[in-house]
Design a protein around this ligand. Structure first.
Ligand SMILES: [Zn+2]
Ligand SMILES: [Zn+2]
Length: 370
């Protein structure tokens, strides 16, 4: 744990992260008066707060998940005075609308990252003409939301869901090529391809990244609810059919079926007939995870930064002080201290396992508590 000083812009309270200068919470897990929400995953956006603030692109997905809430939105980069603090939101590259929260007070700046993902390119956080050319050569890791933007700050509160040296992602293009080969092979053999993924964020990233010419794409209703919010926000996704809309069952034999992990072994999945099953998640990098869950394939694809990505993001902020949340805090804190930074941790109630409202029981058994 990190000791709170009176001058700290963000502190840990029983309700969650709290900004005393602005009298608001960030992603609180207990009901509060004013909640600034980094993104609409269930562990960050909970019910019961009196008033919510989120990024403008995040409005549709937050409303899709929480319904009729009192919600104010803020365009990325636009400053807003809350109490004595100045707050702005900056893209985190994680899911549609995901934001880092920048708080400024009396000349000091703190940033709470929420969950974030960088592109796979090693120098994508550069500036100027070289960075522009580089960005053209390397498309964003996640085409369904704005790319992570490094924000200079004195103190950076970072997630560390995959904050262990074993987590190093392959370039997304490589992962998608593998998914396309698996799907095309199944279609050739006349069986459905059931691709399990969190219904908010990962599912849409998969839909946007696969080769839709291979065959029809069928989705679970939980996925389609979020697809609707993404399309309404202007994100291009291929045509999708809900399973209930498939009248010609032979079509399933060539189909990619995207559904939340909770459908594994369910009556819903049984309706697909013969199928090959796979799970797309960062947790698939763990040895034995795929086998323990009885899956044919595991694709390592995460919407969180990997170990090198976390380090690059932290370095790009220029922060002298770093507070680690969201899993594997101790390893990351030790590494940061070795770099000469002041580092501590906040014990938060965030966890990748809670990223899907439908839940991922099979995945929970196979992964360590984060
Ligand atoms: Zn998240
Ligand atoms: Zn999270």
């Amino acid at each position: 744990m990190t000791e709170a000083a009176d001058s700290d812009l963000i502190v840990l309270r029983p309700e969650g992260l709290y900004c005393p200068a602005g009298d608001f919470h960030i992603d609180p897990w207990r009901p509060v008066a004013r909640a600034v929400i980094t993104h609409a995953h269930a562990d960050h956006a909970r019910r019961g707060h009196a008033a919510y603030l989120c990024s403008a692109p995040g409005e549709g997905v937050l409303r899709a998940r929480l319904g009729g809430i009192q919600l104010q939105t803020l365009a990325y980069g636009k400053p807003l005075s809350i109490g004595a603090a100045t707050v702005s939101l900056h893209p985190a590259g994680h899911v549609l609308g995901s934001a880092q929260v920048r708080v400024e007070h009396r000349g000091r700046v703190w940033v709470a990252s929420g969950d974030y993902l960088l592109t796979g390119a090693p120098d994508d956080l550069g500036v100027g003409e070289g960075a522009m050319a580089h960005a053209r050569a390397h498309p964003p890791a996640n085409a369904t939301c704005d790319a992570f933007e490094p924000v200079r700050c004195d103190c950076f509160i970072t997630e560390s869901t995959f904050g262990l040296p074993i987590y190093r992602w392959r370039p997304p293009g490589e992962v998608f090529a593998g998914i396309n080969r698996w799907w095309a092979g199944n279609a050739q053999a006349g069986r459905a391809s059931l691709l399990l993924a969190y219904s908010f964020g990962k599912a849409q990233r998969l839909l946007a990244g696969v080769d839709a010419f291979i065959g029809p794409i069928v989705v679970h209703g939980a996925v389609e609810d979020l697809n609707r919010a993404y399309r309404a926000a202007g994100v291009r996704l291929p045509e999708t059919l809900r399973l209930e809309e498939v009248s010609d069952r032979s079509l399933l034999r060539r189909a990619l079926v995207v559904a939340p992990p909770s459908v594994q072994g369910s009556a819903w999945a049984a309706r697909l007939g013969e199928c090959s099953s796979a799970f797309a998640s960062g947790w698939m990098q763990l040895r034995g995870a795929r086998r323990r869950q009885g899956l044919d394939r595991g694709f390592v694809l995460s919407d969180h930064a990997d170990w090198p990505g976390l380090q690059r993001a932290i370095a790009a902020t220029g922060a002298q002080r770093v507070i680690v949340t969201h899993g594997y805090e101790a390893v990351m804190v030790r590494w940061l201290q070795q770099q000469g930074l002041e580092a501590g941790s906040f014990r938060t109630a965030f966890g990748d396992q809670a990223e899907d409202v439908a839940g991922a029981p099979a995945a929970e058994q196979a992964t360590p508590a984060a």
